[in-house]
Design a protein. Structure first.
Length: 463
């Protein structure tokens, strides 16, 4: 067990809003298969017990940063949940107030086909704090995992022969600590506008039954595989997220009436807020947070944090705006479909948006959103980065240039940079496709690479 002492900078970088990440992980046997649910009951109970003991050892070792130590109220304990069974709970301070977080256990939203391991960070106030907890919880997961199992962090098991409801894997981002409900709804509206962009940057489930959904052609260092679905998880998931139907897609909400629950439920055709939870973005959680559920599970911790920071920057931008425009459900849904199917290579379409009206309301937003200097989601995401990266209020808040914000690099490289194996645009779905080509279509080797990458991301990062 690593006992290396973490070192935070003297002045950690604050987050505009509190942020926590729910990370869903695959537990696979040596054949790349899931264990059946009944085989996991005893095993999961032991894992939760060992996770408690391991976290207690970390706390008592004296290696935690003081900022973290001061926020831990009590030693972690095991509690029983009707949905999840035994879960590891930590009481942690947010803005000085103690809250209970279920940080380790099974995902309670899944049928009993098998168990999904859910690792949850506490709500964090600093970038370095979020990095610490994401890495620590995943490290504990690996330490307590039975030797016959392996962890994989990706949106879908590449060897799984067909889609089953609930057997896909996501990163859920929770953002909170808003000044009031009107501010929260402005942030929700901003996330809704840019959901296709976030989706295109986070697709990570490009293989099913050991192969992609189309042939891969390589021209120089550019992958030409237009028929390869980049997110099989989202392509098949029609019951646990929003539907690709503009008539029932999550609506634009007015900050003047932020808690118009009836309108929200009527639009998405749900009977109650409890029934409505499983949407792309849900602004009415019991914790007072916005939950963004769209992202495929990321293999890289750095990429997880990069997406979280990009969401924070978007939220800060929304906070400082008088009015967040509405690009319309038709535009969002069309680009949602394109992002699922082709990721950053998807065509970015805006013909259904009321561009003239949005230009009249906010010409800076309109310039970012519609003048993409290209027709792909890559170019739309480049516009997003420029939109938040040049904002004076965002620069003033973070007090460092965009290039010096930790872990934003993976996002920027996806859009502007260079990689050894491919020209941008590149994301983790493209990497899976490159592995398929490099490994000659050997799905077991590809899965081994994903196991190795998931493990390799857990080496201690000194910020």
């Amino acid at each position: 067990m690593s006992t290396s002492k973490w070192e935070f900078p003297k002045k950690p970088i604050p987050l505009p809003f509190s942020h926590g990440i729910e990370m869903e992980l695959q537990m696979l046997d040596e054949n790349g298969q899931f264990l059946k649910g009944e085989d996991m009951v005893f095993m999961m109970k032991k894992m939760v017990e060992q996770a408690r003991d391991t976290l207690i050892q970390f706390i008592e070792s004296g290696t935690m940063p003081k900022l973290i130590e001061k926020k831990i109220v009590d030693m972690p304990e095991i509690r029983y949940s009707e949905e999840k069974g035994d879960v590891l709970t930590l009481t942690y301070k947010l803005h000085g107030n103690p809250i209970d977080i279920e940080i380790f256990g099974r995902d309670g939203n899944v049928a009993a086909i098998t168990y999904i391991l859910e690792c949850v960070t506490p709500p964090c106030e600093y970038i370095e704090e979020l990095v610490y907890w994401a890495q620590t919880i995943l490290l504990i997961a690996e330490l307590v995992l039975p030797k016959e199992l392996f962890l994989v962090s990706a949106g879908f098991n590449p060897l799984q022969k067909e889609y089953f409801r609930g057997l896909t894997f996501a990163d859920h981002n929770h953002m909170g600590s808003f000044k009031d409900d009107s501010e929260k709804i402005k942030v929700y509206d901003m996330f809704r506008n840019f959901l296709p962009h976030i989706l295109a940057l986070s697709v990570n489930s490009a293989l099913i039954d050991g192969h992609p959904t189309d042939n891969i052609k390589i021209i120089g260092k550019r992958y030409a595989c237009p028929g390869c679905i980049r997110s099989i998880r989202l392509k098949k998931n029609e019951t646990m997220l929003s539907l690709n139907d503009p008539r029932t897609y999550i609506p634009y909400m007015s900050p003047d009436n932020p808690n118009d629950y009836d309108y929200f439920l009527r639009t998405i055709q749900k009977a109650s807020l409890e029934d409505a939870r499983q949407q792309d973005i849900f602004p009415y959680t019991e914790f007072g947070t916005i939950e963004l559920r769209i992202c495929d599970a990321q293999t890289s911790i750095a990429r997880r944090i990069g997406i979280a920071i990009l969401l924070q920057m978007l939220a800060l931008k929304a906070k400082n705006m008088n009015y967040v425009p509405d690009v319309g459900s038709a535009t969002i849904v069309k680009n949602r479909i394109n992002a699922i199917e082709r990721g950053l290579f998807g065509v970015f379409r805006t013909e259904d948006a009321n561009i003239k009206e949005i230009e009249r309301i906010d010409d800076e937003f309109a310039d970012c959103y519609f003048n993409t200097e290209g027709r792909l989601l890559q170019h739309a995401c480049q516009g997003l980065i420029k939109y938040v990266g040049t904002d004076k209020n965002i620069k003033k808040f973070f007090k460092v240039p965009l290039r010096k914000i930790p872990f934003l690099d993976p996002i920027i490289i996806s859009l502007f940079g260079t990689c050894d194996y491919a020209d941008p645009p590149i994301c983790e779905a493209e990497y899976q496709l490159s592995l398929y080509n490099y490994r000659g279509g050997d799905a077991f080797k590809i899965l081994g690479d994903l196991v190795y990458m998931t493990h390799n991301c857990l080496s201690l990062i000194h910020i």
